[in-house]
Design a protein around this ligand. Structure first.
Ligand code: 9UX
Length: 72
């Protein structure tokens, strides 16, 4: 099933942060697209929810050193 979710990320303060999160999330199986908006500190992901969960995506954001805040 195709899922789409937008969430805020705390600690993402420069373009390299945004790129690091984008690369990290694009490396997850089942993630189809990642769009990071630095100005609004939001990330939008499209993913196959039968392959990967938001829980796993949040865990990967944290593993990259950032804090996923909440779904928006
Ligand atoms: Mo920029 Mo982000 O120097 O952790 S990469 S603040």
């Amino acid at each position: 099933d195709e899922g789409k979710q937008q969430f805020k990320v705390s600690g993402m303060t420069c373009a390299n942060c945004a790129l690091a999160i984008e690369k990290k999330l694009k490396g997850i199986g089942g993630v189809h697209s990642v769009a990071v908006n630095l100005a609004s500190e939001t990330v939008t992901v499209e993913f196959d929810s039968s392959v990967v969960t938001m829980q796993e995506i949040f865990a990967q954001v944290q593993d990259a050193g950032y804090t996923p805040i909440e779904n928006v």
